[in-house]
Design a protein around this ligand. Structure first.
Ligand code: G1P
Length: 324
């Protein structure tokens, strides 16, 4: 891989070995079919499902731009037009709100249009997360970049991406985010074996996509935030289909663990202990909405009052012996 290397520091090692310049681009795969939410997602992209009153994808784009990544590439697919419309201007809506003098709603409508510089590429043939990331290769070029997966929302009060960007800037290579999960749940995630480095930053020594709990190397699960060295693109081009017959990003990162640092190798992880909300399955989606709505200044007081009353009047669950 060749090309121009950004060197903001004037430090020669930093510029040649690890692409330690500042990261400006985020890639967000949004081509998934959202089958877990059918029929809601029959004609509406799952990324557009509201989390309180904002589509899930907007939280993720706001996280990227909030971390200084103003160039956002959405990797889309068929039936995802609503996402493009959401980040575009809505002239008629704006005119109607302006006529009514509803400045508050007008600002909320306009916010998604001015978030950043948003680009789109189509994935065409959905062959897995690794393939989705590879679809961003031409746009990203030869610089480190972030990948954000839409099913994970990270609470802005517990910034994760800025920490990961800092780790990549200092060490080069690639950086993943890990959480500790119940060992029985590790088969739902990519799993990492690690060794200590500095506090919550660890070195990754092995990666397995969705291992059986019995053979998993740890209970550390990859969540949907990555800061990747562009060397991952060449590796992805050579990565055969893995778990589920899909080209797995986890498999490509496993290859990078042992590559020399000068070639963009090395994978570190940030172990995240902050607030994360999963909107990827129905129960977690409901939990997310209840948590976020109950904390809102505008809706929270009334919603919390409702919740207290609702829970207090809820009939107890039937115990195992109670069924007649
Ligand atoms: C993907 C990754 C997996 C990771 C997960 C995080 O899986 O392949 O390694 O743990 O995202 O959400 P998916 O949930 O798309 O099946």
């Amino acid at each position: 891989m060749s090309g121009e290397v950004t060197d903001m520091s004037g430090d020669q090692t930093a510029s040649s070995a690890g692409h330690k310049g500042s990261v400006t681009k985020a890639v967000i795969p949004v081509a998934g079919l959202g089958t877990r939410f059918l029929p809601a997602t029959k004609a509406t992209p799952k990324e557009m499902l509201p989390v309180v009153d904002k589509p899930a994808i907007q939280y993720v784009v706001e996280e990227a731009t909030g971390a200084g990544l103003n160039d956002v590439l959405l990797v889309t697919g068929r039936n995802k037009d609503a996402i493009e419309n959401h980040f575009d201007r809505a002239w008629e809506l704006e005119a109607a709100l302006e006529k009514k003098g509803d400045q508050q709603r007008l600002q909320r409508v306009q916010k998604s249009q001015v978030l950043g510089d948003i680009h789109y590429v189509r994935q065409g043939d959905p062959r897995g997360l690794g393939h989705a990331v590879l679809c961003g290769a031409a746009h990203v070029g030869n610089e480190p970049f972030a990948v954000l997966l839409g099913d994970d929302l990270i609470d802005p009060r517990d910034p994760l991406l800025p920490t990961m960007l800092d780790v990549q800037r200092r060490h080069g290579g690639s950086v993943v985010a890990l959480i500790e999960v119940d060992p029985a749940q590790i088969n739902l995630y990519g799993c990492a074996a690690v060794e200590p480095d500095e506090g919550d930053v660890v070195r990754v020594t092995d990666l397995v996509e969705k291992p059986d709990p019995d053979s998993a190397p740890s209970n550390l699960a990859i969540i949907g935030r990555y800061v990747l060295h562009p060397a991952v693109f060449d590796v992805l081009r050579e990565t055969p289909p893995g778990r589920g017959g899909e080209i797995q990003l986890t498999d490509a990162l496993k290859t990078l663990i042992d590559e020399p640092a000068d070639d963009g190798g090395g994978v570190r992880a940030v172990v995240f202990r902050g607030r994360r909300y999963d909107t990827g399955d129905r129960l977690d989606y409901l939990r997310t909405i209840v948590s976020l709505a109950s904390e809102r200044d505008d809706l929270g007081p009334d919603f919390r009052a409702f919740l207290r009353e609702f829970v207090a009047t809820m009939p107890p669950e039937a115990g195992p012996g109670d069924a007649s």
